[in-house]
Design a binder for this molecule. Structure first.
Ligand SMILES: O=C(O)CCC(=O)C(=O)O
Length: 285
């Protein structure tokens, strides 16, 4: 596999990559075992947790909102195949005027995420009645953009509220590593933040200290850990804790990468106020 992140190649070698450990979803372990697994690994990889057909329907609903010329001719919105050209005049992803901005405010999006299975999962993991925070992010990457999520921990983006948060990451479509899948740095939730602080100096965004590093090989070698990966399918769900280092790979396939990430807190906890408004890519949070 030829992989890169933010345009920087990373060799797909056993030294740098290992498999994510799957948690059975049929049946799901009991809440105590689930919490224990999340504490141990820093993540839960739940293959087939959601209905594949519902996820693919959502994919089609989003891509059908893109302007003509974005999708490859002769392909369906549900396939989400990039034509190779972003139509002129389209605002930046997720800002007002871009379809993703409207989509996260739509009834279709609300209905999809208002899924009792997701809320019950979060309630089990937080061991208390959970609520989803309104800032829910729709990410869409296409080949050629050489843009991906840099290595980071969620905590650095939500440190003004309760630290008891669980994130769910939902690939909206099949998402192998070459389509820009998320990867997790093994056991990194147990690292003290001082261990990765120096990496923040190696960055392509010197003005933003929240991300740790854009170079995934350098990150893995410096912290002596592997990136854990899998070949995600529509219907899979990832859950992670706020202190686990994760990042994403570049999308290089014709099929575009689409995903949603949402955060849950206990109803009784006070969340970071920046997460109480609907997401806009220019909201600075
Ligand atoms: O989808 C991505 O590339 C990043 C998602 C993420 O960082 C998260 O879900 O916390």
């Amino acid at each position: 596999m030829n992989l890169s992140s933010n345009g920087i190649p990373i060799p797909f070698s056993p030294e740098l990559f290992g498999p994510l450990r799957a948690t059975s979803t049929d049946p799901l372990p009991d809440p105590v075992a689930l919490r224990e697994r999340l504490r141990t690994d820093g993540y839960l990889y739940l293959p087939g947790f959601l209905d594949r057909e519902e996820v693919l329907r959502l994919r089609g609903r989003y891509f059908s909102r893109l302007p003509p010329g974005f999708l490859a001719p002769g392909t369906s919105a549900r396939e989400g195949v990039f034509s190779g050209r972003v139509p002129d005049g389209l605002p930046e992803h997720g800002v007002p005027g871009h379809p993703a901005h409207d989509f996260v405010r739509s009834e279709t999006f609300d209905r999809f995420l208002d899924d009792p299975r997701l809320r019950k999962l979060a309630t089990d993991l937080l061991d208390g009645d959970a609520r989803m925070l309104p800032r829910r992010i729709l990410r869409h990457f296409h080949r050629g953009a050489r843009r991906a999520s840099r290595a980071h921990v969620d905590f650095d983006y939500m440190d003004e509220g309760s630290p008891d948060v669980v994130t769910t990451w939902i690939p909206v479509g099949d998402c192998p590593p070459q389509s820009g899948a998320l990867v997790y740095l093994e056991g990194s939730h147990r690292l003290p933040p001082e261990a990765y602080e120096p990496l923040r100096d190696t960055t392509d965004r010197p003005d933003d200290r929240r991300q740790i590093c854009h170079d995934l090989e350098f990150t893995a070698r410096s912290l002596r850990r592997r990136w854990l990966w899998t070949d995600f399918a529509a219907g899979d769900v990832m859950v992670h804790v706020p202190r686990v280092i994760h990042a994403s790979l570049d999308a290089t396939t014709d099929a575009m990468r689409l995903s949603i990430d949402t955060r849950f807190v206990r109803q009784s906890d006070t969340p970071d106020p920046r997460w109480l408004r609907a997401w806009s890519a220019d909201d600075g949070a």
